[in-house]
Design a protein around this ligand. Structure first.
Ligand code: NAD
Length: 246
């Protein structure tokens, strides 16, 4: 059974991941941010092996605890956890980074990085036969990508958190990794000013000459969730048509 957090709609990377996991036979628990999102997710995931939907706004400790309780009530081990969510104020993704204010900086860290640690804490005790956790990151963590700004810093924090979680949870047989996806036109990505410049550059310059598709990210997630990747932990896997080379 796999927990997938971060579907907003059928363009979400988490949706592509849920499709791949479901196709490979995983039962899914999907989380939702609010009731409106729950309805949207229900409308687009009818064909998937969804066994439960649980609320989880990661800014609320009680909902994180509720996620653990809701999963425990299912009485089944969790084998995989997918953290595919992030948030930053739109103005922090369009003005010079040096203008970032404390509240915007902390908001991005809280929702986009700390939440992975919090989700790991509530789900690890339910992974009693080991398993795989993963998060979604972007190249802006290690290189400057214009306008990615505060989110690049949050992704650096997220990747470091991933490594510390891999160290802590490895003895329990839980692997922890990150997928660094190329730019994909999702609701969140549209908040980054001049996203189209990155998409055009990818088509022209990336070794594979195409923009990343959610299905490519999904299939990598299925690999990471499966025993085929049993020797891999603490890694960042780039699924970006090779754009990280450029
Ligand atoms: P998306 O907008 O489809 O998904 C983002 C999700 O984050 C949404 O479901 C939203 O509800 C959720 N979220 C925001 N605040 C939340 C909160 N407080 N509690 C719970 N959920 C919350 O966009 P996406 O591009 O699919 O993003 C998924 C992940 O992939 C993010 O971590 C993003 O940074 C990462 N990523 C995206 C790209 C890209 O170009 N799209 C590239 C690399 C990495």
């Amino acid at each position: 059974m796999a927990v997938v957090a971060g579907i907003a709609n059928k363009w979400s990377l988490a949706y592509g991941i849920a499709e791949s996991l479901s196709r490979e036979g995983a039962d899914l628990v999907l989380t939702y941010l609010n009731e409106k999102q729950r309805d949207t997710i229900e409308a687009c995931t009818g064909h998937l092996r969804v066994v439960k939907m649980l609320p989880c706004d990661v800014s609320k400790d009680e909902e994180l605890v509720g996620l653990g309780t809701g999963l425990a009530e299912l009485g089944r081990p969790v084998d995989a956890v997918v953290h595919s969510l992030a948030f930053a104020n739109r103005e922090d993704l369009s003005r010079p980074f040096v203008e970032t204010q404390r509240d915007g900086f902390l908001l991005a860290q809280n929702i986009s990085a700390y939440s992975f640690v919090a989700m790991a804490r509530v789900t690890a005790p339910l992974m009693n036969r080991g398993g795989s956790m993963m998060t979604l990151t972007y190249l802006g963590s290690v290189r400057v990508r214009p306008n990615y700004n505060v989110m690049g810093v949050a992704k650096a924090s997220l990747e470091a958190s991933m490594r510390y979680l891999a160290y802590d949870l490895g003895p329990q047989g839980i692997r922890v990794n990150a997928i660094s996806a190329g730019a994909v036109k999702t609701a969140s990505a549209r908040a980054v000013k001049d996203l189209s410049v990155i998409l055009d550059a990818t088509k022209e310059q990336a070794p594979l000459r195409h923009v990343t598709e959610a299905g490519e990210v999904g299939d990598t997630a299925a690999f990471l969730a499966s025993d085929l990747s049993r020797g891999i932990t603490g890694n960042v896997l780039y699924v970006d048509s090779g754009m990280q080379l450029i």
